[in-house]
Design a protein around this ligand. Structure first.
Ligand code: GCB
Length: 640
């Protein structure tokens, strides 16, 4: 832990918190939904907000800001939730702030939720970056390490203590990254008093995106009955025309539970049913879940209704949860990626959750626009570079048949100290949380445990072997990869991955301006990989920055022409390897995105084929032409 000396109180808190979370996960993390027995109340909108600008960033804890209304502790501003706080004001100090910020909101809880002892009330945060502590009416209810994944706390008994008062929710969020966080970072104090004022420090990071912070996804209150469906897991298979859905349901509380499981088709017609907490559902004339452009009817979803009746000595409880289920299989051979036993070729993008003003904040218009752009492009897949995306995005992928490589926030692991046990334990917990959240999405076809780690370092082998084996034990139905940049990177972890995901930036970071070297370097690279690992290969990143509107012919770096020419050279090599072991291409990046400031970035990374405002550069048209051609050649658009 490299949080510096004058952060000592903060450090104690951190240590306590980090230890507090390294526990096996208990309970499920079903996406909150309404049913006859469940209610959801969104707490999105304007919250009171205060950044703790005190020198040690610890005034909020010293003065217990959570004990009273935040506005009584000092000046607050209005802050939208969900959103990153960084780009909301004109204040550069807040944009670049490091440390604790405090959010608060008072809400009325429906009287029935309070009076009905059989109702369980849960507070859920979709994601907050990076470390969060949550209080309700001044009492701590939970804390959570890591952005991008949800956390929750049951608050039923707390809100019943003071039934007539509004419920005051306080959330403190700290964006400090350390050697043990995911992604890692370090805090560096500049001690030269002739150059820096007292206490001057910077946050160093080894990843190429802005470290947006705040409450990034919805905050909700939701109810379930006291005895309730806590988790559901499904695994699917098929043979000829018959599908199989194997399920497992866990129930919290109560005894004498009766579970009825009903599977319905898209039109709500009965398909199959079963009883009990685990079992199988047979689906005659199954309609498989197919990727977009691989079938005329992609993204077919059944609905699995789980109905619970629980009888205790004093009461009867009833609960219902409906899970969308896509029936499909995934298999990987030495040369192919098979979905429903048919070769699948990834023609897709890498994305970021990133936009003007909102930063990484959840935003429906942006999400729907991005899906429309992806479909326009002929994209059949994307990677959640470099962290898990919102669940609503995965639900859209399920419905539209967009295939997802689901990546955890293991990006920028470059310092040897980030391979120690404390980091590994946290990384394992993050994989637990990710798989628990995303295991039932048919769109998710592979887990990515890291992006470009310094895996040539000696401790990397143990680290990645443990991480990949752990992930495979959590989910035996999906392949696992980590994304690598150079041959040396794979040396230690290479033997454990199911698919090689390789990033390369020929004629960009090396041999600048020399597009002519791409064919030789790229094919040598692929041949070496395949010879060494005998695994199918995905080009998981490639691209060039292009400043929109900058033109030059013959092409020069940073122009739209150069971006196009570079992509074209890569495509020529892809086409040679496509029928061998090469199974996909994901452009870097779908859209321009914000990074920290530095001499290599001109207001962010410009490798998007769309601008940050989602307008096409010339490369978008090139890629669109290619992807639709690929869809026709490889997608087997006709049903089997
Ligand atoms: C990479 C990283 C990605 C960067 C990209 C770039 O290899 O995985 O996060 O943004 O290169 O543009 O340099």
């Amino acid at each position: 832990m490299s949080v510096p000396g004058s952060f000592s109180v903060l450090r104690v808190l951190w240590l306590l918190s980090v230890f507090g979370t390294v526990l096996p996960l208990d309970g499920g993390m079903l996406f909150p939904q309404e049913s006859s027995f469940r209610e959801v109340k969104e707490l999105n909108g304007l919250w009171d907000f205060r950044a703790d600008g005190s020198p040690n960033r610890n005034e909020g804890f010293e003065k217990a800001w959570h004990k009273r209304r935040l506005a009584e502790t000092g000046p607050v501003i209005e802050m939208p939730v969900p959103a990153s706080y960084n780009d909301i004001t004109q204040d550069p100090t807040l944009r670049d702030f490091i440390g604790w910020v405090w959010y608060e909101r008072e809400v009325f809880v429906p009287a029935r939720w309070i009076s009905d002892e059989g109702t369980r009330v849960v507070l859920r945060v979709g994601s907050a970056h990076y470390y969060s502590i949550v209080w309700v009416n001044g009492e701590k209810v939970t804390e959570h390490e890591g952005g991008h994944l949800p956390f929750e706390a049951e608050i039923s008994s707390l809100i019943r203590k003071e039934p007539t008062k509004p419920c005051r929710i306080t959330i403190a969020v700290n964006n400090t990254l350390t050697l043990e966080t995911l992604p890692p970072g370090t805090i560096q104090y500049m001690n030269d008093s002739s150059r820096y004022p007292d206490g001057f420090f910077v946050q160093n990071i080894d990843f190429d995106f802005f470290n947006y912070a705040g409450i990034h996804r919805s905050v909700l209150l939701y109810t379930t009955p006291k005895v309730h469906v806590d988790d559901i897991s499904v695994e699917t298979n098929f043979m000829d025309n018959t599908g199989l859905v194997r399920y497992k349901v866990s129930v919290q509380g109560g005894f004498n539970n009766t579970l009825n499981i009903t599977l319905m088709d898209k039109d709500g017609h009965f398909v199959a049913s079963s009883n009990g907490s685990s079992g199988g559902l047979k689906v005659v004339d199954v309609k498989l879940w197919w990727p977009y452009l691989m079938h005329e009817n992609p993204g077919y979803l059944y609905s699995m209704k789980v109905h619970l009746i629980a009888v205790s000595e004093t009461s009867t409880y009833e609960d219902e949860y409906t899970l969308p289920v896509g029936i499909r299989t995934i298999n990987v051979t030495n040369t192919q990626f098979l979905i429903n036993n048919k070769p699948f070729y990834f023609h897709g993008v890498n994305k970021h959750e990133d936009s003007d003003i909102r930063g990484r904040g959840f935003d429906w218009p942006l999400i729907v626009k991005d899906f429309n752009l992806m479909k326009w492009l002929g994209v059949n897949s994307f990677r959640t570079s470099h962290y898990p995306y919102a669940e609503e995005i995965l639900q859209m992928c399920d419905r539209h048949g967009i295939v997802v490589i689901d990546e955890c926030p293991g990006v920028g692991i470059k310092d040897i100290r980030s391979f120690r046990n404390a980091s590994l334990s946290h990384h394992l917990v993050v994989m637990d949380e990710l798989v628990r959240r995303d295991k039932n999405h048919p769109s998710v076809v592979m887990w990515s445990v890291a992006n470009e780690p310094a895996s040539e370092m000696p401790p990397a082998e143990f680290y990645f072997k443990t991480l990949i084996e752990h992930t495979k034990a959590l989910d035996q139905t999906r392949p696992v990869t980590y994304v690598t940049i150079a041959a040396a990177d794979m040396d230690k972890g290479g033997p454990y991955v199911d698919v090689v995901c390789a990033n390369s930036y020929f004629a960009w970071y090396f041999d600048q301006g020399r597009l002519d070297i791409i064919p030789l370097q790229l094919s040598t690279h692929f041949e070496n990989w395949y010879r060494k690992y005998q695994r199918p290969i995905i080009q998981s990143e490639y691209g060039a920055d292009a400043v929109p509107g900058l033109h030059m012919d013959p092409p020069m770096m940073f122009t739209e022409e150069y971006q196009n020419a570079l992509l074209q050279s890569y495509h020529d090599v892809f086409d040679q390897k496509r029928n061998q072991y090469f199974i996909g291409e994901l452009i870097w990046n779908f859209a321009d995105f914000m990074t920290s400031q530095g001499i290599y970035r001109v207001v962010g990374n410009k490798k998007g084929i769309f601008t940050r405002q989602r307008q096409p550069k010339a490369a978008a048209f090139l890629l669109r032409k290619r992807y639709w051609r690929l869809a026709n050649e490889t997608g087997r658009l006709l049903p089997d």
